[in-house]
Design a protein around this ligand. Structure first.
Ligand code: AMP
Ligand code: GLY
Length: 439
């Protein structure tokens, strides 16, 4: 283990390049020197010296703590390789990351731990998958077994579409190898909530709940995306709901992992549906949510670095308590033309500085690149991914936070910019079948 902790400000390497990593870097930078590897051109332009971005292999960076943002490097063993070099890492090894890397394995773990979740079958052949679909009432749910950037899930009221999706996934046409096995699930109904917990292998400490808006369009229409916006706190999902999720899902899962010899240190993220029969787990992710992090981290007003370092060391018992601002937070994701199917790159972005200058607004960049030969400020930035920017507003209540977020959004523009106009709007929203069902 590195031993920089007697220094005033430890150095933290944040691995990743999205809005989640931008929000992590901002929060960690309150109490640490932060290097983001590689970050993106927007982060570098907006950070104002708060942290730095380095396009280097995280294994070559000198730091006291590594915080790995995205799932892919975790599934591919980055945390294992860093730990093998004696480094302090917040993020599970590839054994624990399999929870997100294989939905079939996750379902097996949940079943063995007695965690409430949708009934399911895992299939690598069409016939049995379709037969199982036939046995279920609508809505039908078809998921890729492997990683698909939040886009591998179809929830539909159209049986034929579900069958076509099974075929497209299993044939490899839709998601390549990630779809060669599919998980078909019983459709659950209810509002959704994301509960993230900081784990040290044995103990798990919850963060405040957040809600993600997964559908591309207003009124929860259109395809699933990586997430088009988020809010925290979530009306109806206070401490009691978080406690219920911790007791019924997070703690038993951590114990089941431990029973299998998995020392899980990192975030365990439960995607939860609040059904009439109580909270049920839709999925586990093995990292902070995106865009949930862009609303949860700005509300965390304590020493984030100390908590993540303690978890990485297996010593959450020695960490300072997690404390929260009473402010609400709302984030609106601004996406490139063509997202989620085929986002267009290269569109010139304007207004990020003006958005960030609004009171109570923070701007987190994701799919942002620099135009060739552009200056190192926000004037030469272009779209370079699907979800381009998340604009977070903080305020005394959800209405105030939402107004601030959209006030920030109003400054930002590029050709083909799309976003949802109903994030955190008073009418209930969240997710539903392809045709939105009111609730
Ligand atoms: P996942 O990536 O597994 O969380 O799925 C993405 C989204 O699909 C979830 O946030 C839900 O809105 C929806 N979903 C997933 N599983 C189910 C299910 N069993 N029943 C209804 N909706 C689901
Ligand atoms: N916002 C959903 C996720 O991070 O997977």
């Amino acid at each position: 283990m590195s031993n920089g902790w007697d220094r005033d400000r430890p150095t933290v390497c944040v691995v990743g390049s999205g809005g989640r990593e931008h929000a992590l870097a901002s929060a960690l930078a309150r109490t640490a020197e932060v290097i983001v590897a590689p970050g993106n051109a927007g982060m570098a332009a907006l950070s104002a010296g708060e942290f730095s971005c380095v396009d280097a292999d995280p294994e070559d960076i000198d730091a006291d703590l590594w915080v790995v943002g995205p799932e892919a490097p975790l599934v591919n063993g980055l945390a294992d390789r860093l730990r093998a070099q004696g480094k302090l890492v917040f993020g599970p090894g590839s054994d624990g990351a399999r929870l997100e890397g294989s939905k079939a394995w996750m379902k097996e773990i949940l079943a063995s731990a007695g965690v409430p979740t949708a009934g399911y079958g895992a299939f690598d052949a069409e016939g049995p998958a379709i037969e199982y679909l036939r046995s279920l009432p609508a809505p039908w749910v078809v998921k890729t077994d492997g990683l698909a950037a939040g886009k591998g899930v179809l929830v539909t009221d159209d049986f034929d579409a579900a069958v076509a999706d099974v075929r497209a996934k299993l044939s490899g046409a839709a998601f390549g190898a990630a779809g060669r096995q599919v998980v078909v699930e019983e459709g659950l109904v209810g509002p959704e909530v994301s509960v993230m917990a900081i784990c040290d292998g044995v103990r798990a400490w919850p963060l405040v709940a957040a809600r993600d808006y997964k559908r591309a369009g207003d009124g929860d229409r259109g395809p699933n995306t990586g997430g088009m916006g988020a809010l925290s706190p979530v009306p109806g999902a206070g401490e009691d709901v978080v406690d219920a999720v911790m007791r019924s899902a997070v703690e038993p899962t951590l114990a089941a992992l431990r029973d299998r010899g998995v020392d899980y240190r990192g975030v365990l993220y439960a995607g939860v549906m609040l059904t009439a029969a109580g909270p049920k787990i839709l999925e586990f992710n093995v990292r902070f949510g995106d865009p949930e992090t862009q609303v949860v981290l700005p509300r965390w007003d304590g020493d984030v670095t100390a908590v993540l370092a303690a978890a990485a060391a297996g010593r959450l018992d020695a960490a300072p308590p997690i404390t929260w601002s009473s402010d609400a937070a709302v984030t609106v994701v601004l996406a490139a033309a063509g997202y989620p199917d085929s986002p267009r790159a290269g569109d010139a972005i304007t207004g990020l500085d003006a958005a960030a200058a609004e009171e109570g607004v923070q701007v987190f960049t994701a799919g942002v690149g620099a135009a060739p030969d552009s200056p190192a400020d926000a004037s030469g930035l272009v779209t370079a991914g699907g979800r381009v920017v998340a604009v977070t507003g903080l305020g005394a209540d959800i209405d105030a936070a939402r107004s601030r977020a959209y006030a920030g959004v109003s400054h930002v523009d590029w050709p083909g910019l799309t976003y949802r106009h109903d994030i955190a709007a008073p009418s209930p929203a969240g997710n539903g079948p392809e045709v939105a069902t009111p609730r």
